[in-house]
Design a protein around this ligand. Structure first.
Ligand code: UDP
Length: 481
């Protein structure tokens, strides 16, 4: 059976940082561009279905949100396997489940859209004669490095990895060693490097690449990705900037933290959070606590128990439960900050918080969703990058977009002292804050415009929709013989 709408199948890899933007993309395809949408979710276990985020959104054209049966990878990993490698293994193990699910669909899907970790599934799209797209839930800059990665020769890599020289990406700003991706820091991780090469090639061969950015935010990099003289040479299909796709505020129920925010003065609170999995060391957690206290500013801090030697240790353990023993915080901290600080264990309604008028700054690990959520709400930042491409994001937020400050050293290479923490909070909330706030407000306006009908990101998705319409007609014509 074939419907008259194009049917997009989206595949979300594990982790809220992928799931949230994939759902937002699905919503826009359904509500603004007339798609039927099915989202297959790969998760470490079934607990995600209990999250309010999993509830299919009420749109005129509702999404079909389906959790693929959880895959057991315990025999394939050990305690030394990195989070990224675990993700890749899970996605590979889920391929047969995706294939079976697509094969069983009554309405033949027109397109498959996968995120960074799902590119191996693009072969399944070919098998079912679907268009194949990749949705990069990060920056165009990250996309540029990824598609260029397979073409980096040994000498260039040596200069970057070992001699710590900047990495040149055709047509783009070069990447300083200090801001580089994790995978350039660990030359011994062969599996990760060969996987990244494969992913770079698979992305380049897609029919189109959707990126959670927008034209005015990264014009130079987007141009380089299109231009045949630069990365356009290796990228087969068009690159579509479709962002900023972020979860809108107003979907969470009332909570203590929102009640507390209601009582605070306008733009007086800094929100501190390190994403869905970021953790700090014991020492750093303590210094951060002291620094927040020292700054004398109001704050909300989403706290996770510290873990030494693994900055993404909580990645698979996101829960809303309180561990009950915040003994890793300085003695008497709760009492001393009682009137101006709020500690939220594990998870907070971030988009609601950032949209609140009492928020004046965001102390963030610079995950791309968090960065976008800050921009769409016009909130300046303290950039505290921890892993993956977050250093690159931080460099862009500080140097190009000028809406953030960052510490002098990489937060995961040494402990940042309380005085520097307090100083950065003050710079965002007082000294430099107004200038940065102006920049953030400018970006907020631009972000709103591009998503409106006729805006550049809206038009990008319209073009994807047109391609899918053409494919749909082609498939219908073939079915009729
Ligand atoms: N998030 C949230 N509450 C939290 C922590 C994170 O709602 O306490 C959401 C946040 O709004 C964002 C996502 O989880 O949409 C995290 O994605 P990001 O890319 O910022 O970081 P990642 O978790 O992938 O490192």
């Amino acid at each position: 059976m074939q419907t008259t709408n194009p049917h997009a199948v989206l595949l979300a890899s594990p982790g809220m940082g992928h799931f949230i933007p994939v759902v937002e993309l699905g919503k826009r395809l359904a509500t603004h561009h007339g798609f039927d949408v099915t989202i297959f979710v790969v998760a470490a276990d079934a607990s995600i279905t209990k999250s309010p985020l999993f509830k299919p959104p009420q749109t005129p054209n509702p999404l079909n949100l389906v959790l693929l049966p959880p895959v057991d990878i315990s025999a394939l990993v050990d305690s030394t396997t990195s989070v990224v490698t675990q993700l890749m293994i899970m996605m590979r193990e889920a391929l047969s489940l995706l294939r079976a699910a697509i094969s069983a669909m009554k309405s033949r899907p027109t397109a498959l859209i996968v995120d960074l970790f799902g590119t191996e599934a693009l072969a399944t799209a070919e098998e079912f004669d679907m268009l194949k797209y990749v949705f990069i839930t990060s920056t165009a800059r990250f996309l540029a490095v990824t598609v260029h990665f397979p073409y980096i020769d040994e000498e260039t890599e040596h200069k970057h990895r070992v001699m710590k020289r900047p990495l040149d990406i055709p047509g783009c700003r070069s990447i300083r060693y200090e801001d580089t991706l994790d995978r350039f820091l660990d030359p011994t991780n062969r599996i990760m490097n060969s996987s990244f090469t494969r992913v770079g090639m698979e992305i380049s061969n897609a029919d189109g690449i959707l990126v959670n950015t927008w034209q005015d935010l990264e014009p130079l990099t987007l141009l380089a990705l299109e231009n045949e003289k630069f990365l356009g040479r290796v990228v087969k299909g068009p690159v579509y900037p479709v962002g900023p796709l972020v979860r809108p505020a107003g979907q969470s129920s009332k909570s203590e933290v929102m009640d507390w925010l209601d009582m605070q003065p306008m733009e007086s609170v800094i929100y501190v959070s390190f994403g869905s999995g970021g953790t700090l060391s014991v020492k750093q957690t303590s210094e951060l606590a002291w620094g927040l206290e020292l700054s004398q500013h109001r704050f909300i801090w989403v706290v996770r128990p510290p873990v030494d030697n693994d900055v993404s240790a909580n990645f698979f353990n996101v829960t809303n439960s309180h561990d009950g023993t915040p003994s890793y915080l300085p003695d008497g901290f709760y009492t001393r900050i009682r009137n101006r600080g709020m500690v939220v264990p594990m998870w907070a309604p971030q988009t609601e918080i950032l949209a609140h008028q009492s928020i004046g700054g965001f102390f963030s690990h610079c995950g791309w969703n968090s960065a976008l959520e800050s921009m769409v709400n016009g909130v300046p930042m303290v950039a505290w990058p921890l892993y993956a491409e977050q250093q690159m994001n931080a460099a862009m937020l500080v140097e190009e977009l000028e809406l953030a400050v960052r510490p002098k050293i990489r937060p995961n290479t040494g402990v940042i002292r309380r005085e520097e923490v307090a100083e950065m909070v003050r710079r965002v909330m007082e000294l430099k804050g107004n200038e940065m706030r102006d920049k953030a407000k400018e970006l907020q306006r631009s972000a709103n415009q591009v998503l409106m009908q006729g805006g550049s990101s809206y038009n990008s998705l319209s073009r994807v929709s047109q391609e899918c319409e053409v494919k749909l007609h082609h498939l219908s014509a073939m079915a009729l013989g």
